[in-house]
Design a protein around this ligand. Structure first.
Ligand code: PGA
Length: 241
């Protein structure tokens, strides 16, 4: 793992955007694995700025997102489809039909998961996968557990995650209890992985991801087995390294 420690969130966002921009510049047809949450918002702002300034072009880029809440449509303001449109896609020159997010309203969840993995395989896999990390060490919605699933699947959210995500909803009761998520196999197949984390609340999870024993109870620790991971953290999140 390559570790980059930045002064603050602003610098983290710039460094992460530059990493992503490198992939875009070197391969105009790159497949980008993207993530939602608070962590990537600054990075997306920076990518929008670079796109508007003519530095990077998204017209032939394809994106694949990690996860989506079950039961929320793409128009729901807390759905991850809405988040991606609002924080990135609506502001760059990407063709929306080349942006993939699991469908949280799919009638046949099993088929949706299978098709999602088939689509990623058909695209040739992701060139780079962006990840945040949960306070509990989850990546995407792969929560700490006795066992982890390789492919895209339906999963329940832990109490920790429901609590952490309640900040985006009017009340905790509105947070969906299940989600569709890419599995550890899908994530590990990416050619390159970028993990971003900011703030002291992430310090324990970052330490376990980088230096801890590899365990399904700390899903991010699995990333130690990937050959090309860049961890970009601010000083607060790097406090225990
Ligand atoms: P955050 O979430 O970026 O909102 O902190 C990260 C995660 O839960 O994966």
């Amino acid at each position: 793992m390559k570790i980059i420690i930045t002064k603050n969130y602003e610098e983290l966002s710039k460094v992460a955007a530059n990493e992503m921009a490198e992939t875009i510049k070197s391969n105009p047809k790159a497949i980008l694995g993207l993530a939602t949450g608070g962590s990537p918002i600054g990075m997306y702002k920076e990518l929008i700025r670079m796109n508007k300034g003519g530095e990077i072009d998204f017209s032939t880029i394809t994106t694949v997102n990690l996860d989506e809440y079950v039961g929320l449509s793409g128009e729901h303001t807390q759905s991850y489809r809405y988040f991606m449109n609002d924080n990135l896609f609506n502001h760059i020159n990407i063709d929306k039909k080349n942006t993939y997010v699991p469908n949280g309203l799919a009638e046949n969840i099993e088929a949706e998961c299978k098709n999602y993995d088939a689509k990623i395989a058909e695209l040739g896999g992701t060139d780079v996968q962006l990840l945040g990390i949960g306070n509990n060490g989850h990546i995407a919605f792969n929560e700490p557990d006795q066992e982890l699933v390789a492919g895209t699947h339906l999963t329940g959210l832990t109490e920790d995650t429901i609590k952490a995500n309640a900040r985006f909803f009017d009340s905790i009761d509105e947070v969906p209890k299940t989600a569709l998520t890419m599995g550890l196999g899908g994530i590990m197949k990416s050619k390159k992985i970028i993990v971003i984390a900011s703030g002291e609340g992430k310090a324990e999870a970052v330490k376990a991801m980088v230096n801890g024993k590899i365990s399904t109870n700390m899903p991010a620790s699995m990333l130690q087995m990937h050959r090309d991971v860049v961890v970009i953290v601010d000083e607060a999140a790097a406090k225990l390294l």
